[in-house]
Write a protein that binds this ligand. Structure first.
Ligand code: SAH
Ligand code: SF4
Length: 363
């Protein structure tokens, strides 16, 4: 048994084990992926759940250094879908048996925005017989806002920590109160108190990020006991401050390979959570999401945003599928998932088994 095989046979992984797995060579990587695929099959099954992704608006009050839709970027046009457009996209997801949607936006706070989302949740539920599992990803809000949205039908919330290392976090964000590391963690705790299935995640291959940082991120996700994770490669955007560090980045293919390793290790560490196969993987490799599904991911987010706006929700460069019609996305994903050998959980919410276990609700 070589070192990697003996690590993979253990019940608990140490920080050092994780760093060795992250650096595994191709032969050992295949062993890691075989193990993570086995864990996935045993604990969550060979099944993939859809979340119709609605990119509601690219208007954002924040200025994260990595993100293409940061408020400081004036090189593109801002949009805000109407309520009807959001409800139509939700209805499309429901009629096509996706069973779940995820609404994502730039971060906007305040009572008008809170109320808009409350009304929107009501409209979506009225239009879809309250049958959709609704995920929100709308950044940092007050606990009261999170609660109001929860009480009006949102059941999952995705808020990535981006990096669990305070120092690295401060290199990725302006150092002010609206980009405060502790506040982000406090938001994750609020979400959990309110009762959401809580999702977080990181970007892989960021400037200044080390293998040790990634190992700590993985252990942090485990310690936070999250129910879902969305993580993916950092893809630089030319109109962002972080772009100036592009020379210190790993080549895109290596960021891609590292992201897959992180997903595989996460599956081994957190056996029954939901893990998203991120679209950013596909920005690098056409089969990126399928590869992630094979080695541990079990959620994909087909884009159901009206095509007109998709090109303007560019968090990163080379975003795939911006020209596809909604129906094309569905057909293309179906075919792609078939290739992985997994089934699509149509008409199933596909809630996090981990959440069910920790809250003792039968899934
Ligand atoms: N405004 C919300 C949700 C939208 S941003 C929020 O920030 O939580 C969603 C995610 O896009 C972010 O969490 C970040 O991880 C990812 N993202 C932003 N810029 C990116 C980039 N350049 N490369 C890869 N992912 C990026
Ligand atoms: Fe806004 Fe989210 Fe982008 Fe930060 S990552 S600038 S909060 S959309």
């Amino acid at each position: 048994m070589n070192v990697i095989e003996s690590i993979l046979s253990k019940d608990e992984l140490t920080r050092q084990d994780i760093t060795l797995l992250l650096q595994a060579n191709d032969e050992d990587k295949a062993k890691l992926f075989a193990k993570s695929a086995e864990v996935k099959e045993k604990h969550v099954g060979k099944r993939v759940y859809f979340r119709g992704l609605i990119e509601m608006s690219n208007i954002c009050s924040k200025n994260c250094y990595y993100c293409g839709i940061r408020s400081g970027n004036q090189n593109f046009s801002r949009y805000n879908l109407s309520d009807d457009e959001v409800v139509d996209a939700a209805r499309y997801s429901w009629e096509n048996n996706y069973a779940s949607i995820a609404i994502q936006t730039g971060e906007v706070c305040g009572s008008a925005f809170t109320q808009r989302i409350v009304n929107l949740l009501k409209k979506i539920n009225a239009a879809t017989n309250s049958e959709l599992g609704i995920t929100l990803s709308m950044g940092e809000q007050t606990e009261d806002t999170y609660r109001e949205w929860f009480e009006n039908g949102a059941i999952r919330y995705l808020l990535r920590i981006e990096s669990s290392n305070r120092e690295l976090y401060s290199k990725l964000h302006p150092n002010n109160q609206t980009h405060d590391f502790d506040k982000r963690i406090e938001c994750l705790r609020s979400l959990r108190r309110v009762g959401y299935q809580v999702g977080s995640g990181i970007m892989v291959g960021l400037p200044f990020q080390t293998i040790d940082n990634l190992a700590d991120d993985l252990l942090w996700l485990k310690e936070m006991d999250v129910d879902m994770v969305g993580l993916g490669p950092y893809v630089e955007h030319p109109d962002t401050p972080l772009y100036k560090y592009q020379n210190m980045l790993l080549p895109l293919e290596e960021r891609f390979a590292l992201s897959l390793k992180v997903i595989a290790i996460l599956r081994i560490l957190m056996k029954d959570i939901n893990i998203v196969a991120p679209t950013a993987l596909q920005a690098i490799d056409k089969l990126g999401r399928e590869k992630a599904i094979k080695i541990g991911a079990n959620v994909v987010m087909p884009n159901v945003t009206p095509g007109l706006y998709r090109n303007d929700y560019k968090l990163y460069d080379n975003k795939p599928c911006v020209d596809d019609a909604v129906d094309d996305c569905k057909k293309c994903l179906e075919a792609r998932i078939q290739l992985t050998g997994d089934e699509i959980g149509y008409n199933e919410h596909g809630n996090s088994k981990h959440f069910a276990r920790r809250t003792k609700i039968v899934p």
